[in-house]
Design a protein around this ligand. Structure first.
Ligand code: ATP
Ligand code: MG
Length: 639
């Protein structure tokens, strides 16, 4: 189990802790260091703005390989000999579910290797047994595969604990590391103090010059259990005169009192990120170690260590800008609170932006990759509104998923011209006009169901759908219908039934085109219509665009209407064939044996994009649908 304290830290808290990196093995986050040295040179990209060149055309999604062909990544490729095969890695810490930001890292690392005919490993960076849990390992691999990537190898930093230990001894022997017993306070003070007004010169710790033999003996004593956590560290002997804090004698090993999920009780000391990452990259033959820009200052310590212990293979670290999504929360601590307080139903609740949630909501993996590619890759951090993401998904689905009719809140309409037993089959194409996805037979009967919203008891000039006396089209039906009367439930005030007749033309005249067409589903139980469904419509979980900034907390920003359930929705019979023919889109790269209910996607005409939810209990059981996105941006708010 993870230590509660690990998951409960906010990003700002973690940023503040940067100074303590020397002792705490937190990966470096965006701290403002005193007198920051110039970051290492980055390959030049044509533009720091999201690249326009790879924007999707109106008729389809972005080319997901566009980001490798030009710009920053193409420049990074050229920095190493072109004949050298590309080897990359995606190195998550198995301490939480991946979120949409991680999809950029996955797309870059796996995509870059794939594009250049190379290999990408999935490496679990499992050097902190305090935060790791088995469930995250499985979930991470699952999501990588769902996104369409097959790791060349699945590795664990812990696979290399023996080699890392040997190199730590070597480093000591080379006078490149020493065992230190300072307290956190002392370490901070050595770095110039914490009070920005009373900074003093950095100074070396009293253990720095102890004899090599003594450090070696003490390091072995650390390994053998002589010390409790925080009583001893192995520190690298770097360069205190360097302006880069990553050169101020970083911690390489610390004592931790936790068994490791893979190595059990074998180790009492664990290597830090700074010690582990560059060496594991080297062991695995990584050529391009691509990470986010918080690590830009770490590039110097990365190269320092690899050079110092003189590993035979030297990878190259380069840094790209993070992808942040606004209008939601991504921090593990915050999502955990939403889950624990039952505001959402688990980590895969479709209102969240974890990748498991996006999958359940029906977002196709291809849409995520095309979104990342559309934004392009540069060194700039990108902050994107969830609305822009949804717009990209809509565009992706528009031409690639089949269409059918779905009524969320049905009212029956009786068409009086038709006899009681009238049964007719109309032809309904699955695809939009210019895309051939085949078609299916659509039952049409005397009784059909329409959307409650599409009827008004009293007509008005600005209303074009069904109202007494007004002709309206039923999609695919040759003649318009006119409502003649309706019944209401006295207690609820709700309309319970509408009567209508066809508006047929006089002999020799053409059918008058109605101002609007509405969707409907026939009542033909003998022919499987309607298909009863529960539909879940997701609206934004938060009211504001920046819940993280709301006082006193993001919890005060919750949208009370983020989930609307339609328990009595009805779909037309085409749903059966759509289920059989899934995954949709057909070309999105989802493998038939590796996708679930969420790959049954369709556009409900006039209503939105939907997919099947895993709560659907199988053939013949309850059908549960999730709304992926609305048809238009504004419709989202109204629904
Ligand atoms: P978080 O704090 O959000 O969990 P992290 O950096 O701790 O993020 P890791 O598990 O270490 O997450 O992430 C694995 C890889 O994904 C790293 O290379 C990291 O740089 C990258 N990554 C994480 N978040 C983002 C993001 N928002 N955009 C792009 N890449 C990211
Ligand atoms: Mg992390």
């Amino acid at each position: 189990m993870a230590e509660p304290v690990e998951v409960s830290k906010t990003l700002p808290e973690r940023l503040k802790e940067k100074v303590e990196n020397v002792v705490a093995d937190k990966k470096p986050k965006k701290e403002k260091a005193p007198k920051q040295p110039k970051p290492p040179k980055q390959p030049k990209a044509p533009s720091e703005k999201p690249s326009k060149a790879v924007n999707p055309t109106p008729s389809g999604p972005a080319d997901p390989t566009a980001m490798f062909k030009e710009g920053w990544l193409a420049a990074v490729r050229k920095e190493r000999p072109l004949e050298e095969p590309v080897v990359t890695r995606f190195p998550p810490e198995p301490n939480g579910y991946l979120h949409i930001g991680h999809s950029k890292a996955i797309a870059i690392n796996f995509g870059f290797a794939k594009f250049y005919g190379g290999k990408c490993n999935l490496r679990y960076d499992d050097t902190n047994p305090e935060a790791e849990e088995e469930v995250y390992f499985t979930a991470i691999e699952d999501i990588v595969r769902w996104l369409g990537f097959d790791p060349a190898l699945i590795t664990y930093s812990s696979d290399f604990f023996d080699q890392l230990y040997a190199l730590a001894e070597k480093l000591i022997t080379l006078d490149g590391a020493y065992v230190c017993h300072c307290t956190d306070e002392e370490l901070k003070d050595q770095r110039g103090g914490t009070d920005p007004k009373h900074k003093h010169e950095r100074y070396a710790c009293r253990h720095r010059d102890r004899p090599i033999e003594e450090s070696l003996a003490e390091f072995r004593a650390m390994r053998d259990g002589k010390y409790r956590p925080k009583e001893a560290f192995l520190r690298m002997k770097q360069d205190l005169t360097d302006g880069n804090p990553q050169m101020w004698d970083l911690v390489a090993y610390r004592v931790l009192d936790k068994p490791h999920h893979r190595t059990g009780d074998k180790w009492r000391i664990y290597p830090t990120y700074d010690f582990t990452h560059c060496l594991c990259d080297s062991f695995e033959g990584i050529t391009h170690s691509l990470c986010t820009t918080e690590f830009i200052l770490s590039r110097v310590s990365y190269e320092w260590l690899n050079n110092k212990v003189d590993v035979p293979h030297k990878p190259m670290q380069r840094e790209y800008g993070r992808l942040n999504i606004t209008g939601t929360v991504l921090s593990k601590r915050k999502i955990k609170k939403l889950v624990d307080e039952k505001i959402v139903n688990g980590w895969d609740d479709p209102r969240l932006y974890t990748l498991v949630a996006l999958r359940r909501r029906g977002i196709p993996p291809g849409a995520i990759l095309s979104f990342v590619s559309e934004l392009g890759v540069t060194t700039a951090t990108i902050n994107i509104q969830v609305k822009r993401f949804e717009q990209s998904v809509r565009k992706y689905l528009e031409m690639t998923v089949p269409r059918l009719m779905l009524v969320l809140d049905p009212i029956p309409v009786i068409i009086e011209d038709l006899p009681d037993n009238h049964y007719e089959e109309l032809e309904n194409a699955f695809g939009p006009k210019d895309v051939d996805m085949g078609s299916h037979k659509l039952p049409f009967t005397r009784k059909v169901y329409i959307e409650r919203d599409d009827f008004r008891e009293v007509d008005s000039k600005d209303f074009f759908r069904m109202a007494p006396g007004k002709p309206v089209g039923l999609l695919k039906v040759p003649y318009p219908v006119v409502a003649t009367s309706f019944k209401k439930d006295e207690s609820t005030g709700l309309v319970t039934e509408i009567h209508a007749r066809f508006e047929k033309p006089e002999e020799g005249e053409k059918v008058k085109k109605p101002k609007a067409y509405i969707h409907w589903v026939a009542d033909a139980p003998g022919h499987g219509s309607p298909v009863a469904c529960e539909v879940r419509v997701f609206n934004p979980l938060f009211k504001s665009d920046n819940p993280d900034a709301v006082e006193p907390s993001f919890m005060a920003d919750l949208n009370p209407d983020s989930l609307k359930v339609y328990p009595n929705a009805m779909a037309e019979v085409g749903l059966k064939e759509i289920r059989e023919r899934a995954p949709w889109p057909e070309e999105a790269g989802e493998k038939k044996d590796n996708c679930g209910f969420e790959s049954v996607r369709f556009q409900a005409m006039r209503t939105g994009y939907f997919c099947l939810d895993p709560d659907t209990t199988g053939a013949g059981g309850k059908v549960v649908l999730n709304r992926i996105v609305s048809l238009k941006e504004d419709a989202g708010k109204a629904a």
